[in-house]
Design a protein around this ligand. Structure first.
Ligand code: 9D3
Length: 256
């Protein structure tokens, strides 16, 4: 299988590498399933000072990334990825990145990720060179590198063979729109609390039902609306009804 190829464009190459060279993604890189390279606009600046930013036309705070160093870096980055790889700008104005977007990107042969600093990039660059803009959420971070690492990490996990166990990719939280169930490990009693007895019962069907019920219940409680968008099976409906009913009554079964 050919490696999934990512090219990162940005001023701080070491930032993304910190995350991509360790853990399961690091192993994928070492095993040749994921290849990534970096293109620094600073290396393409044409003046002796290596300038990559300038003041915004029209005035206002901050600086804007100039077209030319970005364009030259991005054109080299394109050459480093297969035909059909999209050029994506990480931007607070982008459409929201989620598990569905990760799956779509993982179905392509590669991608170019552009990380900006300062207030953003000259719109003429975006208009001519960028296929899509993605945001990782509605909060402000200091630049696109962290967002690029988030996107590439989420995408890389979905490349075949990256997660040792194919079941892991399928059961990943959010893949089926539900939050994960709670996890417990030894000791059974931690000095304060007991682990749920059902998990120690050896009854695999009961464990599966308990976990499904917890996943449905947490999603209902923590992600209002997420369950409205989906059709629940009769079994799931029953599990969720039991969770909701239990959360509305005390241990005597009387309403709270
Ligand atoms: C005052 C306007 N700000 C835009 C909301 C300025 C600004 C803040 C932070 C401009 C750029 C940035 C740097 N952020 C990113 O490059 C970024 C980002 C983010 O801040 N949040 C969520 N997703 C992303 S993707 C790239």
């Amino acid at each position: 299988m050919d490696a999934y190829r990512a090219a990162l464009v940005g001023l701080f190459p070491e930032l993304a590498s910190t995350f991509l060279d360790v853990g399961v993604i690091g192993r994928a890189v070492r095993e040749g399933r994921l290849a990534y390279s970096h293109f620094n606009p600073r290396d393409y600046a044409t003046d002796v000072r290596k300038t990559v930013d300038d003041r915004p036309f029209g005035g206002g705070p901050g600086m804007v990334m100039m077209v030319e160093p970005l364009r030259l870096a991005t054109r080299d980055a394109r050459q480093a990825v297969p035909q059909g790889s999209p050029v994506i700008l990480l931007s607070p104005q982008g459409r929201r990145f989620d598990q569905r977007a990760a799956a779509e990107l993982a179905g392509l042969p590669g991608l170019v990720l552009i990380a900006a600093r300062y207030e953003g990039v000259d719109e003429r660059f975006t208009a001519r060179e960028v296929d899509d803009e993605l945001s990782i959420g509605d909060y402000v971070i200091s630049g696109g590198e962290l967002a690029a690492a988030v996107v590439l990490d989420a995408v890389a996990r979905l490349i075949p063979g990256v997660l040792g166990n194919p079941e892991s990719a399928a059961s990943e939280s959010h893949v089926d729109g539900l939050l994960d169930y709670p996890h417990y490990t030894r000791p059974e009693f931690d000095g304060e609390d007991q682990a749920p007895p059902v998990l120690l019962s050896g009854d695999h069907a009961a464990v599966a039902a308990w976990r499904r019920r917890e996943a449905l219940g947490r999603t209902w409680r923590r992600r209002a609306g997420a369950l409205l968008d989906r059709e629940l099976s009769p079994a799931d409906r029953e599990l969720l009804a039991s969770y909701i009913n239990e959360s509305a009554t005390n241990d005597n079964g009387t309403p709270r």
